[in-house]
Design a protein. Sequence first.
Length: 112
Amino acid sequence: MSAIETVSDVENAFLSRREITCVFAGLGGRLGKLEAAGMVSERFGLGGKTVIPMGLKNHVGRPAVTGTFYVYGDEAKAKAHIRPAVFERLEKARKAAEEKAAGGAAGPDGGE
């Protein structure tokens, strides 16, 4: 497991969100947005809130990833502030992860 170091944790009262920037040590090139959002949610105790990964940046020459996350208490506010394409990409990644998990559970021959 990697260590999560908090670079900044700011409450943006104007946009009603929390903006968290973290560095994930040891996961360079292997960390997906959904995994990172789950790790941040677990680390900061954000169970019932909407965590949106806005960007992950791999560092050259070291196995670290810097991620920026927006945390909203209300999903409707998140959808009002953030472009719909971000939500579409997250949903597409979520479906791909579910299909991969379902395909892996069925076995290599497709479950037949």
